[in-house]
Ligand binder design. Structure first.
Ligand SMILES: [Zn+2]
Length: 446
């Protein structure tokens, strides 16, 4: 039996059904699970003093392309719209291999952890030079984050009228075979699982109708989730109307891409009918406000989605279109962006944080995560609210209004991943040095 007692937390935001908040409270963690919440709790294990700290559930990231941490702020992609941005970056990504996938994933995962994230998905859809999903799974195991890697894919290259260069696309049979391989090798359906695999063709404009349909059949056969990009911007809608003769929501529905086991990234351009479809089917949304701003895609109708009962989580999206990977910053951006569209009362700091924690857990089908209550997994973020960013705050639990923006400590399944603001599970300076060297080599070759 292993125990940790988080003692004397100044504030606890539970995100439970009653949205309970506690002051001066202890949280006892036993064998990866929250055992008890209360005062003057005792332990035989380690004690973590949390005086002057806010404790929240770990944040959940529902959309990322970790490999893109190696292509942040690429000059040719800094000011382009989605399709032009992709065309600038594809040739650079084509030079990646297994080492680049692993190191870029470690960098992105460490950045997420420092910003309070305990569970993240990843959408890897290109596998050049022997790269595999396995490379990112190795990285997640090394740092200790709960990980939902999705096996992405592109199958329609330039010569077939698609956007990606032919060298980055795969045969559809090989894609499905590799999906089966990684699900069988890594997917864990049990409560408390550290790795769950999903199936995730990149987008309706980079794979065929048949692959979308077959991917859905395969995922249901294997009991895993489905993920892709949908309705990201006006170009995306125009493409759907001209190529498929329908809007993205209809296309998704026709091919089996709605349901509680499906979540779509962006959904900036969903209309009222599509929102109703998502509500009715339990389909989830990964809202990526920084990427949507960065690429000028628009403001996703998150207020309308939430009011209609759509499951919404947050995603930092890839680091080539953010270009940061801070999940707490993403939550603040989500709050601000709804206010830009709908006024200052459109989304509170607490609601945005709820979307960032429990909302994401629901989107990823992890109902045992995302809240602080007995029996839930011990994925916890501890924020020191005694420093400069919160100095003078009347409500330190309104974390997204006044910082901090980095955690002091982070626990995943009861294991400490961040300690006193530093990654405890790996030598981060070594990772950063390797990452910097690789980014420079890629720039020199471009
Ligand atoms: Zn994306």
């Amino acid at each position: 039996m292993s125990e940790t007692l988080i003692r004397n937390a100044a504030h606890v935001l539970t995100m439970d059904d009653g949205a309970c908040e506690y002051a001066d409270t202890d949280i006892l963690v036993r064998d990866g699970v929250i055992a008890e919440i209360g005062s003057n709790l005792a332990t035989v294990g380690e004690i973590v003093e949390a005086r002057g700290c806010l404790v929240t559930p770990g944040l959940v990231n529902t959309h990322h392309h970790l490999y893109q941490t190696l292509t942040r702020a690429v000059p040719g992609g800094q000011d382009a719209l989605l399709f032009g941005w992709l065309k600038t970056l594809y040739p650079i990504w084509a030079r990646f291999g297994p080492a680049e996938m692993r190191v870029s994933a470690l960098t992105g995962l460490a950045e997420l952890a420092l910003s309070g994230c305990t569970l993240t998905s990843d959408h890897l859809y290109l596998f050049p030079n022997g790269a595999r999903l396995d490379d990112t799974i190795d990285a997640a195991r090394e740092i200790g984050l709960r990980f939902h890697p999705t096996r992405g894919a592109m199958s329609i290259g330039e010569s077939a009228g698609g956007l990606p260069p032919d060298g980055l696309v795969e045969e559809e049979r090989a894609i499905l075979d590799d999906c089966i391989r990684v699900i069988d090798a890594f997917h864990d359906p049990k409560q408390g699982a550290m790795v769950r695999v999903g199936v995730a063709p990149c987008s309706p404009f980079s794979v065929s109708r048949e692959l979308m349909r077959d991917a859905a059949i395969l995922a249901r056969d294997k009991g895993v989730m489905l993920h892709t990009h949908l309705a990201e911007n006006d170009e995306d809608i125009a493409y759907s109307l001209s190529q498929f003769g329908c809007r993205p929501g209809q296309y998704a529905e026709d091919l089996g891409w709605t349901g509680a086991d499906v979540w779509h990234a962006h959904c900036v351009k969903l209309d009222g009918q599509e929102i109703d479809l998502f509500t009715k089917t339990g389909t989830g949304v990964a809202h990526c406000p920084c990427s949507n701003c960065r690429l000028g895609s628009g403001i996703a109708p998150v207020r309308a989605m939430r009011d209609a009962g759509v499951k919404v989580g947050l995603g930092v999206d890839g680091s080539a279109s953010n270009d940061a990977g801070s999940l707490v910053a993403e939550a603040r951006q989500a709050m601000l962006l709804q206010r830009v569209a709908q006024g200052a009362d459109a989304m509170s700091a607490r609601e945005a944080l709820r979307i960032a924690t429990r909302g994401g857990a629901e989107v990823l089908g992890r109902d045992e995560c995302g809240q602080i209550a007995p029996g839930y997994r011990a994925d916890l973020a501890i924020w020191d609210v005694s420093g400069i960013e919160s100095a003078g705050s009347w409500d330190p639990a309104a974390l997204l209004l006044a910082g901090p923006t980095c955690v002091r400590d982070l626990f995943v399944e009861g294991r400490q991943i961040v300690r006193d603001g530093e990654i405890a599970t790996l030598d981060l300076p070594v990772v950063i040095e390797e990452q910097t060297r690789m980014a420079r080599a890629l720039a020199e070759a471009s």
